[in-house]
Design a protein around this ligand. Sequence first.
Ligand code: GLN
Ligand code: ZN
Length: 759
Amino acid sequence: MAIATNLGFPRIGTKRELKRAVESFWADKIGPEELESTARALRQQHWKLQQDLGIEHIPSNDFSLYDQVLDTAAMVGAVPARFGWRAESVDLATYFAMARGSDEVPAMEMTKWFDSNYHFIVPEFEIGQKFRLASTKPMDEFKEAWALGIRTRPVLLGPVSFLLLGKSREEELDPLTLLDGLLPVYEDVLYRLMDSGAEWVQIDEPVLALDLHQNALAAFDMAYGRLNGATNKLKICLATYFGDLRENLVPALRMPVAVLHLDLIRAPHQLDRAVRQVSENSILSLGVIDGRNVWRTNLDSTLELIEKAVARVGPDRILIGPSCSLLHCPIDLELEDTLDEELKGWMAFARQKLGEIVMLTRAVNDGRGAIAEAIAESSAWAERRRRSSRIHNSQVKDRVANVDEKMLKRKSPFRVRREIQRARLNLPLLPTTTIGSFPQTAEVRKARAAFRKGEWPAGRYEAFVKEEIEKAVRFQEEIGLDVLVHGEFERNDMVEYFGEQLEGIAFTQNGWVQSYGTRCIKPPVIYGDVRRGEPMTVHWIKYAQSLTTRPLKGMLTGPITILQWSFVRDDQPRRETAYQIALALRDEAADLEAAGIRIIQIDEPALREGLPLCRHEWPEYLKWAIDVFLLASSGVRDDTQIHTHMCYSEFNDIIEAIAALDADVISIEASRSDMELLNAFVRFQYPNEIGPGIYDIHSPRVPSVDEIKALLRKALNVFRPERLWVNPDCGLKTRGWPEVRAALHNMVVAANALRETLI
Ligand code: GLN
Ligand code: ZN
């Protein structure tokens, strides 16, 4: 019989109970017992829910107070020395200090979990790294569920992925050399799980979807040879996700484990190869429900895929599950009561997806007839969605189809534009500016909320925002910035603000997804052809510009960033959707220009994170990503200056692509790495103007004039003065006004001082 399986359940709770509890614990409002009891209640609730739905392989240890990679570091005692940890096991204080730092020591680094918007804590290793069992969490949670009568399938992050996701200060340290010392801890955990009554364990090895070196594959052989030897009674489900295993598929199929899980949403075609190559007694776990998106599954077509596998290997050797952990999905669609029935009919969140898994499993075991009604309903919704006039806008489709090369290019090359812009803008050397947002104070947030809820009439809100804009403009004039911004007070979030005004994009009320630790986000849902109705930003920007004679930047969020931070429709390629968004932004840029705005910034902080996991797919992505940016940005006249902004310091490998965006000016995050990123620009002559972030906005610390001068001098070693802009490294919305005032003041003083020496 096929088995209904889950790989992981969202841990935050439908009302973000976990966030609230953890933050209260940090604020000393609740003690460890209360935190633990909230956590326990959530785990129980989630196990029961899965049991009630009919899931047979229910995960445990998928829960985490902060992050599952951090949990793994704790499990194996990989606590960096600076945390001064000497205890038997990793206590809560140490655990949270690793995640967030403390007054004395900086946190461990955080980075994106593959190509998702979930961030994990990066393990840190040192030469001579020792591992030992330092947390019994996997066993504790297994026993906790077992006490409720639920025999779960504990989830562990696999040893090879754990090592490869980590980093070391010592460059010469190859993390895989630590495997030998790490495996005994895993063996110990498996023994203990077995002793506690576990029959199955799920070991996640997502790195199998990446380009792996031969030595990584050798590490897999060694690791699973040993783990399998240690646990003949415990069956291992080796879980891969987020991509095609390609050349890693055959090695993965050969590993001595009971089950291999494949992501058949990202890579359905690997199923054929897998069923042909799978060995006689191995089981395949089919990830056929999209764990990364919010759409209802088409049961009929999904069954066709499953039946192909069943025909080859038989139902007894099939598990049916989500493509990856449901961590990346909102929890329950039933809680949405502002989405209309039609949109809801197209969607499924974690709970609904588990229901689909149970249905599919039943169809395999009892025949399609057993779920005939569910299939009919799912097909009807699929059909309705396919034909819906809300999805298809022929005008939009025609416009995309008619995009030609000319629309992907500014009228004149940069060197020509630059002279025209220089004459028009008349800026000094080393012009100073900011990235866009100013502090989102409690007052600003309250005003927006009051307006949203209808407590404030439009007039009152309008007056409030205008007043904030005016204060911001006056402040910028006072300290002497050269290019001003309006401050983004009307925006809750740089993507949501645009999403709410674009047709074809919906918002949920409770569709929270964990981004990192206690931070949750509610991604917009792009469901149909995207079209701009009215101008989205012109009103505020035009008002701001009317207050000053200095140039004021119009602020737009770029097409890739809107795409990347949303749930995207699955019925057309991402690229197609990106083109539609770009056309909407192109219209907005034209309207800003017509309203007299001389500089337009199009932020693309997510450009890099859109990169595919495997390098051979990079060129294709970069090609269309560049094209959509160009489509959005190059409809303006030569005398309109286009800026873009990106914030991550890893530039080296895509610098040519960044140059190809042909923005007149780019501002990038650089200060945290002490201008290290400038090295990339030593090798590669960036052709246009650039503002390497001159101070770190992620910290409340106010940089001194001398410090900023020193960084600027470093930048001047790489860029000619007429190419260099002076700005912070990101928007200032998370900062308070006192530090913003002081820091920007110092920045302007430093720029002025240096400017003097250059003239
Ligand atoms: N313009 C945006 C801001 O200043 C950019 C934010 C970002 O790069 N993430 O807030
Ligand atoms: Zn930024």
